[in-house]
Write a protein that binds this ligand. Structure first.
Ligand code: ADP
Ligand code: ASP
Ligand code: MG
Length: 399
């Protein structure tokens, strides 16, 4: 069981989560629960760091951020003990979560779950602080925003859990973010393939890495509401191949991107490789990439790509010396957003792209960049127009 930040935000909610954990235990299950930091705690800690330092040291940032989930676990253990059960709280490190050394976005390398297994054998309920681990260099690390989902899935895999239940503030995975499209539909099942594309394109309800990890380790994810007992969304291994499936399953969006444009890139073999390598070495993930050969012989090429806005500074720093050496001019745009439509149905239906572009056109929304996969079409648009684009696409395809 994993409870997100909203689900443990105040004393009443935290006690309700504790009751839910206890009820699961009393139903005869052995329970490991992963908790997130309460409410906006992580945001507040990040803000505190930036009040102190313009570029907080990543190692110390992780020491700071990891405290949020520790608070939740210790408090929840107290609540469970008061309910007459025995709970022990563990940090990510104590729980045996070993990561690489990339602070603030570490990857889980191994889960040494012996201590958890021992505690379960000893009849305890185990609470694990989400979003954190210990690196191969023995430092505390955090797993990137939304990382408690990945903690939960990784522990579920390590202990061979029957199911990984992700309790959150919505009733499951919806056909669009319910905060943007109030009439969005809950999806009873979603395939790993679709969920991966959804998480990658901004559906923060499940962290992308948690979905990858679940697919690779065969973990069953059930994403459901903390506030009701209704069943939510199951992420399934294979789609049922329904013949009458709609063209698209969901509309997703992201408002956390920035666009980087490189002009006068020499039109020569190896340039894209050098640019992408510089960014990869700085641990910056580039998303959409557009490049065209110059129309005029001898002219330089233009290349544009998007990066998470939080990585823009690192991206620019990593390209500075290359740009200087090659005479590349770099400009950035932080006011971009992205809207995507996703669905296995588009594998077999034609005209989906045309309908997406037409829908945005009718809304007078200009498309700056386009990228596709076999089950996704993404468009970069003006940040201010994202919500309108999501609603228009949802109405066009899913209403
Ligand atoms: P938690 O704190 O429980 O981890 P998150 O805020 O990380 O919760 O994720 C839940 C939020 O994800 C919802 O409140 C919702 O606004 C957002 N969200 C975005 N896209 C979707 C979607 N397609 N389906 C459900 N929720 C979504
Ligand atoms: N507390 C962390 C965050 O806000 C991790 C999580 O909630 O999953 O991103
Ligand atoms: Mg989350």
């Amino acid at each position: 069981m994993k409870f997100g930040g909203t689900s443990v935000a105040d004393a009443e909610r935290l006690k309700r989560a504790a009751q839910r954990i206890v009820a699961k235990r009393e139903a005869g299950n052995r329970v490991v629960a992963v908790l997130s930091a309460r409410g906006k705690t992580t945001d507040a800690l990040i803000a505190e760091a930036f009040e102190i330092s313009p570029q907080p040291d990543p190692r110390e940032m992780d020491m700071l951020l990891s405290t949020g989930e520790r608070q939740s676990c210790a408090l929840c253990a107290m609540a469970i003990n008061d309910l007459g059960h025995r709970a022990i709280s563990l940090t990510g490190s104590q729980a045996g979560i070993v990561t690489d050394t990339s602070h603030t976005k570490a990857r889980i390398l191994d889960v040494r779950a012996q201590r958890i297994s021992d505690a379960l054998d000893d009849d305890a309920i185990v609470l694990v602080a989400g979003f954190q681990g210990v690196s191969t260099a023995k430092d505390v690390t955090t797993l990137g925003r939304g990382g408690s989902d990945t903690t939960a899935v990784a522990l579920a895999a390590a202990i061979g859990a029957d199911v990984c239940e992700i309790y959150t503030d919505v009733a499951g995975v919806f056909s669009a973010d319910p905060r943007v499209v109030p009439y969005a539909r809950k999806l009873p099942v979603v395939s790993f393939e679709e969920m991966l594309e959804m998480s990658a394109s901004g559906a923060g309800v499940l962290q992308l890495r948690s979905v990858e990890y679940a697919r690779n380790h065969g973990v069953r994810i059930h994403c459901r509401s903390s506030f009701s007992t209704d069943s939510g969304t199951i992420v399934v291994g294979e789609d049922d191949g329904a013949a009458d499936r709609p063209a698209i399953t969901a509309v997703t969006h992201s408002t956390d991107e920035a666009r980087v444009t490189l002009e006068h890139v020499p039109n020569a073999p190896g340039m894209a490789g050098r640019i992408a390598t510089a960014l990869a070495d700085a641990n910056v993930n580039i998303d959409m990439i557009i490049q065209n050969e110059p129309v005029v012989a001898g002219a330089g090429a233009d290349m544009s790509f998007t990066v998470p806005r939080a990585d823009l500074r690192d991206a620019l720093a990593s390209l500075a010396s290359l740009a200087e050496e090659l005479g590349i001019e770099i400009t950035t745009d932080e006011s971009v957003g992205k809207v995507s439509v996703i669905g296995e149905g588009m594998k077999t239906q034609s005209g989906v792209a045309a309908r997406v572009f037409r829908t945005l056109g009718e809304e007078a929304i200009n498309i700056q960049m386009i990228a596709t996969s076999p089950i996704k079409i993404s468009c970069v648009i003006e940040l201010d127009e994202v919500q309108r684009a999501v609603r228009a696409l949802h109405a066009a395809f899913l209403s």
